[in-house]
Design a protein. Structure first.
Length: 469
């Protein structure tokens, strides 16, 4: 069913009439007032509009809505007329008597959402929007793997759908960045004097917002690592049990079979994977190229403005060619005339090192030399034995065997994901098990599977560590 069938037929009329500015401000005031009190009665709504109309400069034109609204009427009369008009258009709920005997004037849910969306689109601060979406995707995925996570109870609605929503918003923000570059280039091409360039650099909020967001993404060093972690956790999520629970949840919500549910879930995962691994990098590369084009355009335009649309290189070349054709005396005279028209000043700087007094060396200091002494065979053997006994091999066969005895604890086999690889020492133990596999006296053997496993410290081959029978 179309949403036009569920809405009042006059729902969008306040946006299309002559008094649209004053109507938008009035409904915004009513929404803010409704946030302060539990129930908005008609008396409170009327007082809010009266106060607003008294404190602002407004011009309400005559409009045929059953009763004329005009600037000649009092704010009290205009406020009552506006409330009636809002109720006719469906912006305020139908008349309902409250507990105190006054009519309730609550703003309808659709109107509240519409006005909030308009404010978010046109009045929202775009600074950090891209990074906020990336951080949100990272936090959603990270929290979904926590023990007793609330998101894992409904993984489709609380994990997958929020990820897709943040991905769509992230795409829109990147498109806004691209459009910002176009606006900047158009503004640069319209500039005709140096003052315009100065005002553009110092006062243009669009330029400041664009470059603040862009340089934070490119130079902070955080975003690439977050993107990599998001990609890793997405693949882990698809291999986990939450994937099957997403399919079951979708079948219950949409009343679909498992085949259709699996197709839908796989398509959403494919969109996320395609954007993270391909589209994001392509869009940022495109923005990098456009930024370079912007710098080149700005420098060229600045040179043309400062040279009054003249090519200084061409004029200098003409002067040098003309000097080349002159005789020696005339060339010297021309060079002297040119030097009188230009004033060159040479400025130099010296540092503290230039006038520091050198410190004298202490003449009484004794020369210190290294005493050469050879060790005897017995002493050398004693020190070698002490070194080997005091610092045993950390990754010896016995130590590796003890490590996996603690991990398995009666089990027959163990995968890399179950080894809990959190440190470099854990990864080195797995590498040592591969080396000792098949060695006599080592009770474990390593079986290699296809693919690689991403851990917190390294990428490790997909292996199974099994007890020897």
């Amino acid at each position: 069913m179309s949403f036009f069938e569920t809405l009042n037929e006059k729902f969008f009329n306040p946006f299309c009439c002559r008094n649209r500015v004053i109507y938008f401000e009035c409904i915004s005031e009513l929404i803010e007032k409704s946030k302060e009190i539990s129930v908005l009665y008609e008396t409170d709504a009327r007082n809010t509009l009266i106060l607003y109309l008294q404190n602002c400069t407004y011009a309400i034109e005559t409009e045929n809505i059953g009763e004329e609204i005009a600037g000649g009427k009092t704010p009290q009369e205009n406020a009552s007329t506006i409330l009636r008009y809002f109720r006719v258009c469906g912006w305020i709920t139908p008349q309902e008597i409250g507990r105190n005997g006054d009519n309730i004037a609550s703003v309808s849910a659709y109107c509240r959402r519409l006005i909030d969306a308009v404010h978010k689109i046109f009045d929202g601060d775009a600074n950090g929007a891209i990074t906020n979406h990336i951080f949100s995707m990272y936090e959603i995925l990270k929290s979904s793997f926590n023990k007793d996570s609330g998101r894992s109870l409904r993984p489709y609605q609380n994990i997958l759908l929020p990820l897709v929503e943040n991905e769509c918003d992230l795409k829109n923000e990147i498109l806004i960045l691209k459009d910002s570059i176009r606006e900047i280039m158009r503004a640069v091409m319209k500039m005709a004097d140096a003052n315009s360039f100065g005002q553009f650099l110092m006062k243009d909020e669009l330029l400041n917002r664009f470059f603040n967001d862009y340089f934070f993404i490119k130079k902070s060093g955080l975003i690439p690592s977050y993107i990599s972690d998001i990609d890793r956790m997405l693949r882990k999520l698809r291999r986990s049990e939450l994937y099957d629970r997403m399919i079951q949840e979708y079948t219950k919500i949409e009343h679909a079979d498992k085949g259709r549910a699996r197709e839908k879930i796989d398509r959403l995962f494919h969109e996320l994977d395609s954007f993270i691994n391909l589209e994001y990098e392509q869009e940022m590369s495109y923005i990098d190229r456009r930024i370079n084009n912007y710098y080149n355009l700005y420098s060229t335009r600045m040179m043309m403005v400062l040279s009054e649309n003249g090519n200084l290189e061409h004029e200098l070349n003409r002067v040098l060619m003309h000097l080349q054709k002159l005789d020696g005396e005339k060339r010297e005279e021309a060079v002297l005339r040119l030097s009188e028209s230009h004033r060159l000043m040479s400025m130099g700087y010296i540092g503290r090192k230039s006038f520091e007094r050198r410190k004298k060396r202490n003449p009484n200091q004794k020369n210190v030399g290294l005493v050469s002494e050879e060790l005897s065979e017995e002493e050398r053997k004693r020190l070698t034995d002490e070194l080997l006994t005091e610092t045993p091999d950390r990754y010896s066969m016995d130590n590796v065997e003890k490590h996996f005895d603690e991990l398995l604890k009666g089990r027959d086999q163990l995968s890399v994901e179950e080894c809990q690889v959190h440190t470099r020492d854990d990864a080195t133990m797995i590498a040592a098990s591969m080396i000792y596999s098949g060695t006599a006296g080592f009770p474990y053997e390593v079986e290699f599977w296809e693919g690689m496993v991403e851990t917190e410290v390294a990428r490790i081959s997909n292996i199974r560590i099994k007890r020897k029978k």
